[in-house]
Design a binder for this molecule. Structure first.
Ligand code: COA
Length: 529
């Protein structure tokens, strides 16, 4: 059992909590933008047409009072497109079955897909495939965002490829069509296993009346080209004709029930609550990430019964490794304790990851790392090959990985601790997270040293004033690009979460992961000891 030494009455705790609550208020404001969709005018117009909003459709599809794990709600943050990227994605429970659900938001530019919508949609399909989750699309979209078509047309083909690959993998795909599904969008129902269309609302055609007139001169109307009635009676694209939106959602639930879906992974054991309140997770991460914190304080507040069987506690103490349970699922935890990873930590991690693979235990990475140690002593001690060993272990480990970025995630530490490029099944950030190739001051300093040396080599004087201005500008920009909203906007995580929700979010992920069978062990590459 972890015995917490967190002083919840001290000034440090109060200050850290205050700072985290401030960041969470900012996060709420950004999430509210996603929920607001296209704004009041478009929402009113949509309602006046007698239609449900994307989130209302999801709410009526999933089981009453069941949780919905929304993914990437900040997609497109910091871009020219509205926060949320005109689509809602997540994992919800339909008739007791965990499904990946995506819903176009037609109040945002007609639900058209921009480059961020595309990334978010592809990510949703990847999650469905990796975790063997039925995939339900709630369709109403103007297709490709035409002004940015060059970004999406060619890579966007993957949406349809993914649908058919899911089907080939035995993962059901279901399309409930509520409105327009034009051009490429027509292949969403076209490639789905099960298709429901709403009478007088669904419009599914490769080309609408104006395009048909342009192409062939034929005069036509929307209903005969792609109405729900036509597809149900004539083309056969619709399997079910729904009387209205509620009926479509009811039929969607019935389709999922008829799947007789069974999860094939591990079953959870008994669940015990942690001994310490999740609320205290607000006061653990220091505002200044250079100040270390003990990740055992986090583990004590997310693990069942706060129980943690630490592995090699006396060796490579900058990285905490050990076994725990989370909502009844056994997990191996790797958590940074003092930021820097030395050779010992890298070797310990590589061994621990192999042990988890031997016992088929999923891994949870809790990141707060400034990267691998640099300097003569460490280079001569083989820090490159030891870091490579850890990265090899992470890359080739076949057990599911879950990553939470609590604080710093810099340099190759991001890789060794299973950053986005290492395909963790899910990756979430806390509002306190920061991630970049290195810290802003270090990066600006490196640029300055390189610039100075280059000027010297050319025999020129170095402009100190310009250097100071450059450093300030670079620091500011890198800092902004290291922040979690920015990174979440680019889909480098699956969402920024309230630290208090960490246990619930990881529990939902572990449950979803176990819809798929426990993966078979595979070999590792050549370890350079
Ligand atoms: N790309 C970019 N913007 C689009 C868009 C698209 N594919 N589809 C719609 N929009 C924009 C509209 O220009 C409009 O912007 P505005 O309000 O700033 O003027 C906004 O989204 C809402 O569109 P609107 O036509 O008023 O909404 P609607 O609900 O009445 O109709 C559609 C929605 C999707 C039926 C209609 O906009 C449409 O037919 N769009 C083009 C569909 C198409 O042919 N796509 C090609 C896909 S490859």
């Amino acid at each position: 059992m972890i015995v917490s030494t967190l002083d919840t009455s001290g000034p440090d705790y109060a200050r850290r909590r205050e700072a985290m609550l401030g960041k969470l208020a900012e996060l709420d404001a950004e999430h509210a933008k996603a929920v607001a969709g296209g704004g009041e005018r478009y929402v009113r117009r949509h309602r006046d047409r007698g239609k449900l909003l994307a989130r209302e459709r999801i709410e009526l599809l999933v089981d009453p009072d069941s949780p919905f794990l929304e993914l990437s709600p900040l997609a497109a943050w910091g871009s020219d497109f509205p926060v949320g990227a005109s689509v809602v994605t997540g994992i919800g429970v339909v008739e007791g079955v965990e499904c990946v659900i995506t819903a176009n938001d037609p109040t945002v530019r007609g639900g058209a897909s921009n480059p961020w919508t595309l990334r978010k949609t592809l990510r949703a399909a990847d999650i469905a495939l990796a975790n063997r989750l039925p995939y339900v699309n709630l369709v109403e979209s103007g297709g490709a965002d035409l002004p940015t078509q060059k970004e999406i047309f060619i890579p966007g083909g993957r949406i349809f490829r993914d649908l058919t690959r899911l089907s080939a993998a035995g993962i059901p795909t279901i399309a409930l069509v509520f409105g327009n599904s034009t051009a490429g969008g027509a292949y969403v129902p076209g490639m789905s296993d099960h298709v429901v269309m709403v009478r007088e609302r669904a419009k599914v055609f490769l080309g609408g009346p104006p395009l048909v007139r342009m192409a062939t001169g034929e005069e036509s109307d929307e209903e005969s080209l792609g109405g729900a009635e036509m597809h149900a009676r004539v083309s056969g694209l619709a399997d079910y004709l729904a009387a209205d939106e509620h009926d479509a959602l009811r039929i969607g639930r019935r389709i999922v029930r008829s799947l007789g879906w069974r999860k094939l992974g591990a079953r959870p054991g008994a669940v015990r609550d942690p001994l310490y309140p999740a609320e205290e997770l607000l006061g653990i991460v220091p505002e200044d990430l250079k100040v270390p914190f003990d990740p055992r304080e986090v583990i004590a507040r997310i693990a069942d019964g706060s129980a943690f069987e630490e592995f090699k506690p006396l060796y490579g103490a900058s990285l905490v490794t050990g076994w725990a349970r989370l909502h009844g699922y056994p997990v191996g935890v790797l958590a940074n304790a003092r930021g820097v990873l030395f050779s010992e930590e890298a070797q310990k991690a590589a061994q621990f990851i192999q042990l988890a693979n031997q016992s088929r235990t999923p891994l949870v990475f809790l990141q707060n790392t400034t990267g691998y140690m640099v300097g003569k002593e460490y280079e001569q001690g083989g820090i490159i090959k030891h870091g490579a060993m850890m990265i090899n272990a992470v890359s080739n480990s076949t057990v599911p990985h879950l990553t939470v970025v609590m604080g710093a995630s810099y340099g190759a530490g991001n890789y060794g601790m299973c950053g986005r490029a290492y395909d963790p099944r899910f990756l979430f950030s806390w509002p306190s997270a920061k991630s970049a190739v290195m810290g802003p001051a270090q990066l600006a300093g490196v640029l300055s040293i390189v610039g100075r040396a280059s000027a010297l080599a050319r025999g020129q004087a170095y402009d100190e004033e310009a250097d100071a201005a450059m450093r300030a500008m670079v620091e500011e920009r890198i800092e902004a690009e290291s922040l979690p909203f920015f990174l979440s906007g680019r889909l480098y995580d699956d969402g920024v979460i309230d630290p208090r929700d960490t246990r619930t979010v990881l529990g939902l992920c572990l449950s979803a992961i176990n819809s798929a069978p426990v993966p078979e062990p595979a070999g590792f590459g050549v370890f350079r000891p």
